[in-house]
Design a protein around this ligand. Structure first.
Ligand SMILES: [Zn+2]
Ligand SMILES: [Zn+2]
Length: 322
Protein backbone atom coordinates (compact mmCIF):
# COMPACT_ATOMS: atom_id res chain seq x y z
CA UNK A 1 0.00 0.00 0.00
CA UNK A 2 1.34 3.41 -0.95
CA UNK A 3 0.01 6.83 -0.17
CA UNK A 4 1.19 10.36 -0.46
CA UNK A 5 1.91 11.95 2.90
CA UNK A 6 2.96 15.31 1.49
CA UNK A 7 4.14 16.80 -1.76
CA UNK A 8 7.09 14.59 -2.89
CA UNK A 9 6.80 12.17 0.09
CA UNK A 10 5.18 8.74 -0.29
CA UNK A 11 4.74 6.15 2.43
CA UNK A 12 4.80 2.45 1.56
CA UNK A 13 3.80 -0.05 4.21
CA UNK A 14 5.75 -3.32 3.97
CA UNK A 15 4.90 -6.54 5.81
CA UNK A 16 7.26 -7.94 8.48
CA UNK A 17 6.90 -11.31 10.27
CA UNK A 18 7.00 -9.75 13.76
CA UNK A 19 4.30 -8.65 16.20
CA UNK A 20 4.41 -5.11 14.75
CA UNK A 21 3.29 -6.67 11.41
CA UNK A 22 4.49 -3.84 9.13
CA UNK A 23 7.10 -1.17 8.66
CA UNK A 24 7.06 2.05 6.66
CA UNK A 25 9.46 2.91 3.90
CA UNK A 26 9.32 6.48 2.61
CA UNK A 27 9.98 7.32 -1.02
CA UNK A 28 11.06 10.88 -1.77
CA UNK A 29 10.24 11.86 -5.32
CA UNK A 30 12.88 14.55 -5.74
CA UNK A 31 16.36 14.47 -7.18
CA UNK A 32 18.02 12.18 -6.21
CA UNK A 33 15.08 9.78 -5.80
CA UNK A 34 15.52 8.56 -2.25
CA UNK A 35 14.25 5.76 -0.03
CA UNK A 36 14.21 6.17 3.74
CA UNK A 37 14.76 2.63 5.08
CA UNK A 38 14.53 -0.45 2.89
CA UNK A 39 12.36 -3.12 4.56
CA UNK A 40 13.11 -6.69 5.50
CA UNK A 41 14.46 -9.15 2.91
CA UNK A 42 11.47 -11.36 2.07
CA UNK A 43 9.77 -11.85 -1.30
CA UNK A 44 6.52 -10.35 -0.05
CA UNK A 45 8.31 -7.24 1.24
CA UNK A 46 10.18 -6.88 -2.09
CA UNK A 47 6.99 -7.33 -4.18
CA UNK A 48 5.00 -4.92 -2.02
CA UNK A 49 7.62 -2.22 -2.45
CA UNK A 50 7.86 -2.89 -6.19
CA UNK A 51 4.09 -2.73 -6.70
CA UNK A 52 3.74 0.33 -4.49
CA UNK A 53 6.31 2.29 -6.47
CA UNK A 54 4.86 1.06 -9.80
CA UNK A 55 1.52 2.67 -8.95
CA UNK A 56 3.26 6.06 -9.02
CA UNK A 57 5.21 5.13 -12.14
CA UNK A 58 8.56 4.47 -10.47
CA UNK A 59 10.65 1.33 -11.05
CA UNK A 60 12.92 -0.10 -8.36
CA UNK A 61 15.86 0.50 -10.69
CA UNK A 62 15.29 4.24 -10.62
CA UNK A 63 15.97 4.59 -6.88
CA UNK A 64 19.03 6.82 -6.59
CA UNK A 65 19.80 6.85 -2.86
CA UNK A 66 18.96 4.67 0.16
CA UNK A 67 19.07 6.16 3.66
CA UNK A 68 18.99 3.69 6.56
CA UNK A 69 17.87 4.90 9.99
CA UNK A 70 19.42 1.99 11.93
CA UNK A 71 20.73 -1.55 11.69
CA UNK A 72 17.68 -3.65 12.58
CA UNK A 73 16.76 -6.17 9.91
CA UNK A 74 13.30 -4.71 9.19
CA UNK A 75 15.06 -1.47 8.20
CA UNK A 76 18.17 -2.53 6.27
CA UNK A 77 17.34 -6.17 5.32
CA UNK A 78 16.75 -5.63 1.60
CA UNK A 79 18.93 -2.50 1.17
CA UNK A 80 21.72 -4.45 -0.52
CA UNK A 81 19.30 -6.12 -2.95
CA UNK A 82 17.77 -2.75 -3.88
CA UNK A 83 21.18 -1.17 -4.19
CA UNK A 84 22.43 -3.94 -6.53
CA UNK A 85 19.32 -3.50 -8.67
CA UNK A 86 19.46 0.26 -8.95
CA UNK A 87 23.06 1.22 -8.24
CA UNK A 88 21.79 3.50 -5.45
CA UNK A 89 24.37 4.15 -2.73
CA UNK A 90 23.46 3.25 0.85
CA UNK A 91 23.90 5.76 3.69
CA UNK A 92 23.99 4.74 7.34
CA UNK A 93 25.68 5.73 10.61
CA UNK A 94 29.09 4.08 11.00
CA UNK A 95 28.09 2.47 14.34
CA UNK A 96 25.15 0.70 12.72
CA UNK A 97 27.31 -0.41 9.81
CA UNK A 98 29.75 -1.92 12.31
CA UNK A 99 26.95 -3.62 14.23
CA UNK A 100 25.47 -5.16 11.08
CA UNK A 101 28.85 -6.44 9.90
CA UNK A 102 29.75 -7.98 13.24
CA UNK A 103 26.30 -9.06 14.44
CA UNK A 104 26.66 -12.78 13.87
CA UNK A 105 30.00 -12.77 15.75
CA UNK A 106 28.52 -10.86 18.68
CA UNK A 107 25.85 -13.46 19.50
CA UNK A 108 28.14 -15.29 21.94
CA UNK A 109 28.69 -12.04 23.77
CA UNK A 110 24.96 -11.25 23.79
CA UNK A 111 24.34 -14.70 25.27
CA UNK A 112 26.83 -14.02 28.04
CA UNK A 113 25.02 -10.74 28.83
CA UNK A 114 21.69 -12.59 29.02
CA UNK A 115 23.15 -15.19 31.41
CA UNK A 116 24.82 -12.53 33.53
CA UNK A 117 21.43 -10.79 33.81
CA UNK A 118 19.83 -13.93 35.14
CA UNK A 119 18.24 -15.55 32.06
CA UNK A 120 18.10 -19.37 32.33
CA UNK A 121 20.46 -21.11 29.89
CA UNK A 122 17.63 -22.68 27.82
CA UNK A 123 15.89 -19.32 27.34
CA UNK A 124 19.16 -17.58 26.46
CA UNK A 125 19.83 -20.30 23.87
CA UNK A 126 16.35 -19.92 22.40
CA UNK A 127 16.69 -16.13 22.21
CA UNK A 128 20.09 -16.41 20.48
CA UNK A 129 18.79 -19.07 18.10
CA UNK A 130 15.86 -16.78 17.19
CA UNK A 131 18.19 -13.84 16.49
CA UNK A 132 20.52 -16.02 14.45
CA UNK A 133 17.75 -17.52 12.34
CA UNK A 134 16.18 -14.09 11.68
CA UNK A 135 19.39 -13.09 9.87
CA UNK A 136 18.14 -14.98 6.84
CA UNK A 137 15.84 -11.98 6.28
CA UNK A 138 18.73 -9.56 5.83
CA UNK A 139 21.82 -9.12 3.68
CA UNK A 140 24.81 -7.67 5.46
CA UNK A 141 26.16 -4.45 3.95
CA UNK A 142 29.34 -4.09 1.92
CA UNK A 143 29.77 -0.61 0.53
CA UNK A 144 28.06 2.20 2.39
CA UNK A 145 28.58 5.89 3.04
CA UNK A 146 28.49 7.14 6.60
CA UNK A 147 26.23 9.85 7.97
CA UNK A 148 26.68 11.53 11.33
CA UNK A 149 24.95 14.19 13.40
CA UNK A 150 24.61 17.48 11.52
CA UNK A 151 25.41 16.08 8.06
CA UNK A 152 23.36 17.61 5.27
CA UNK A 153 21.31 15.50 2.91
CA UNK A 154 20.92 17.43 -0.29
CA UNK A 155 18.00 17.24 -2.72
CA UNK A 156 17.35 19.44 -5.72
CA UNK A 157 14.61 21.36 -3.91
CA UNK A 158 15.39 20.87 -0.21
CA UNK A 159 18.09 20.11 2.34
CA UNK A 160 17.65 17.75 5.30
CA UNK A 161 19.85 17.40 8.34
CA UNK A 162 20.96 14.16 9.95
CA UNK A 163 20.22 13.94 13.67
CA UNK A 164 22.00 11.26 15.68
CA UNK A 165 19.52 9.85 18.22
CA UNK A 166 21.24 6.99 20.05
CA UNK A 167 19.14 4.86 22.40
CA UNK A 168 16.97 2.33 20.58
CA UNK A 169 20.21 1.57 18.76
CA UNK A 170 23.62 3.28 19.24
CA UNK A 171 23.84 4.72 15.73
CA UNK A 172 20.18 5.47 15.01
CA UNK A 173 19.79 8.56 12.86
CA UNK A 174 16.68 10.62 12.17
CA UNK A 175 16.25 12.90 9.15
CA UNK A 176 15.10 16.45 9.74
CA UNK A 177 13.48 18.70 7.16
CA UNK A 178 13.71 22.03 9.03
CA UNK A 179 11.56 24.20 6.68
CA UNK A 180 8.58 21.90 7.14
CA UNK A 181 9.35 20.95 10.77
CA UNK A 182 9.25 17.28 9.79
CA UNK A 183 11.31 14.41 11.18
CA UNK A 184 11.73 10.88 9.82
CA UNK A 185 12.15 9.06 13.13
CA UNK A 186 13.00 5.44 12.29
CA UNK A 187 12.17 3.61 15.55
CA UNK A 188 13.15 6.52 17.80
CA UNK A 189 9.55 7.71 18.13
CA UNK A 190 6.48 5.62 17.32
CA UNK A 191 2.84 6.45 17.91
CA UNK A 192 1.38 3.44 19.70
CA UNK A 193 4.39 1.69 21.19
CA UNK A 194 7.22 3.01 23.30
CA UNK A 195 10.40 2.03 21.44
CA UNK A 196 12.58 -0.38 23.40
CA UNK A 197 16.04 0.65 24.39
CA UNK A 198 17.86 -2.53 23.40
CA UNK A 199 20.83 -4.26 25.01
CA UNK A 200 23.87 -3.85 22.85
CA UNK A 201 27.44 -4.87 22.73
CA UNK A 202 29.36 -2.04 24.44
CA UNK A 203 31.71 0.16 22.46
CA UNK A 204 34.38 -0.40 25.09
CA UNK A 205 35.34 -3.60 26.80
CA UNK A 206 33.07 -5.05 29.49
CA UNK A 207 32.08 -4.23 32.21
CA UNK A 208 31.10 -1.08 30.31
CA UNK A 209 27.66 -1.48 28.93
CA UNK A 210 25.89 0.54 26.29
CA UNK A 211 23.66 2.96 28.29
CA UNK A 212 20.61 2.49 26.07
CA UNK A 213 17.87 4.15 28.10
CA UNK A 214 20.04 7.01 29.30
CA UNK A 215 21.04 7.76 25.71
CA UNK A 216 17.44 7.32 24.58
CA UNK A 217 16.07 9.88 27.03
CA UNK A 218 18.83 12.36 26.10
CA UNK A 219 17.99 11.90 22.42
CA UNK A 220 14.34 12.51 23.21
CA UNK A 221 15.21 15.87 24.80
CA UNK A 222 17.20 16.73 21.72
CA UNK A 223 14.16 16.03 19.51
CA UNK A 224 11.85 17.98 21.84
CA UNK A 225 13.99 21.09 21.31
CA UNK A 226 13.49 20.97 17.51
CA UNK A 227 9.85 22.13 17.79
CA UNK A 228 8.55 19.66 15.21
CA UNK A 229 5.06 19.57 13.76
CA UNK A 230 5.08 16.15 12.07
CA UNK A 231 6.85 12.86 12.75
CA UNK A 232 7.09 10.17 10.09
CA UNK A 233 7.89 6.93 11.94
CA UNK A 234 9.05 3.57 10.57
CA UNK A 235 6.09 1.73 12.14
CA UNK A 236 2.49 2.89 12.42
CA UNK A 237 0.86 6.21 11.75
CA UNK A 238 2.22 9.75 11.46
CA UNK A 239 2.35 11.80 14.63
CA UNK A 240 1.09 15.38 14.74
CA UNK A 241 1.08 16.11 18.45
CA UNK A 242 4.81 15.74 18.96
CA UNK A 243 5.00 17.43 22.37
CA UNK A 244 2.28 15.21 23.84
CA UNK A 245 3.95 12.03 22.57
CA UNK A 246 7.33 12.97 24.02
CA UNK A 247 5.75 13.80 27.38
CA UNK A 248 3.88 10.48 27.30
CA UNK A 249 7.17 8.61 26.81
CA UNK A 250 8.89 10.46 29.67
CA UNK A 251 5.92 9.64 31.93
CA UNK A 252 5.94 6.01 30.78
CA UNK A 253 9.57 5.58 31.79
CA UNK A 254 9.01 7.26 35.17
CA UNK A 255 6.16 4.80 35.80
CA UNK A 256 8.35 1.88 34.81
CA UNK A 257 11.12 3.05 37.17
CA UNK A 258 8.53 2.99 39.98
CA UNK A 259 7.39 -0.52 39.06
CA UNK A 260 10.99 -1.73 39.10
CA UNK A 261 11.59 -0.17 42.52
CA UNK A 262 8.40 -1.84 43.76
CA UNK A 263 9.57 -5.17 42.35
CA UNK A 264 12.82 -4.73 44.33
CA UNK A 265 11.13 -3.60 47.53
CA UNK A 266 11.02 -7.05 49.16
CA UNK A 267 14.13 -8.78 47.88
CA UNK A 268 17.06 -8.54 45.50
CA UNK A 269 16.46 -9.68 41.94
CA UNK A 270 18.23 -10.26 38.64
CA UNK A 271 17.11 -8.17 35.63
CA UNK A 272 15.51 -11.39 34.29
CA UNK A 273 13.38 -11.74 37.44
CA UNK A 274 12.40 -8.08 37.20
CA UNK A 275 11.50 -8.55 33.52
CA UNK A 276 9.27 -11.48 34.52
CA UNK A 277 7.50 -9.21 37.04
CA UNK A 278 7.04 -6.52 34.37
CA UNK A 279 6.07 -8.80 31.48
CA UNK A 280 4.86 -12.19 32.74
CA UNK A 281 4.68 -15.03 30.22
CA UNK A 282 6.60 -13.41 27.34
CA UNK A 283 7.96 -15.58 24.50
CA UNK A 284 11.77 -16.17 24.24
CA UNK A 285 12.65 -13.34 21.87
CA UNK A 286 10.76 -10.90 24.03
CA UNK A 287 12.69 -12.10 27.06
CA UNK A 288 15.64 -10.36 25.44
CA UNK A 289 13.58 -7.18 25.04
CA UNK A 290 12.26 -7.48 28.61
CA UNK A 291 15.76 -7.81 30.05
CA UNK A 292 16.89 -4.88 27.86
CA UNK A 293 14.09 -2.80 29.31
CA UNK A 294 14.93 -3.75 32.92
CA UNK A 295 18.67 -3.18 32.47
CA UNK A 296 18.12 0.22 30.81
CA UNK A 297 16.21 1.42 33.87
CA UNK A 298 18.51 -0.27 36.40
CA UNK A 299 21.56 1.45 34.88
CA UNK A 300 19.94 4.84 35.51
CA UNK A 301 18.79 3.90 39.03
CA UNK A 302 22.29 2.68 39.83
CA UNK A 303 23.90 5.85 38.53
CA UNK A 304 21.56 7.86 40.77
CA UNK A 305 22.58 5.75 43.78
CA UNK A 306 19.06 4.31 44.23
CA UNK A 307 19.94 0.67 43.58
CA UNK A 308 23.13 -1.35 43.93
CA UNK A 309 24.33 -4.48 42.21
CA UNK A 310 25.93 -7.60 43.65
CA UNK A 311 27.43 -10.40 41.64
CA UNK A 312 26.69 -13.93 42.84
CA UNK A 313 27.68 -17.07 40.93
CA UNK A 314 28.10 -15.11 37.71
CA UNK A 315 24.73 -13.33 37.92
CA UNK A 316 23.93 -9.71 38.74
CA UNK A 317 21.47 -9.14 41.58
CA UNK A 318 20.00 -5.71 42.14
CA UNK A 319 18.69 -4.39 45.45
CA UNK A 320 17.61 -1.06 46.90
CA UNK A 321 20.41 1.06 48.30
CA UNK A 322 19.76 1.49 52.00
ZN1 LIG B 1 14.63 -0.94 15.49
ZN1 LIG C 1 11.76 -1.28 13.45
Amino acid sequence: MIYQVLDKIYKIELPIPFPLKSMNVYFIDDSPRTLVDAGIKTEVSFETLKKGLETIGVGLNSIERILITHGHIDHYGQAKRLSSLSGAPIYIHSKEYGRIRSFIHSLGFIKSILLRNGAPETLANEAIHYMESAQIMADSLDEAFFLDDGDSILFKSMTWKTIHCPGHSPGLICFHWPEKKILFTGDHLLKEITPNPILNVPEYRPPFRYPSLKDYLNSLEKIERLGLSLLLPAHGEEIHDVKALIQKIFTHHKGRMDRILFSLSKKEKTPFQIAMDLFPGVPPFEVFLGISEAVGHLDILKEKGIVKVNEKEGKDYYSLET
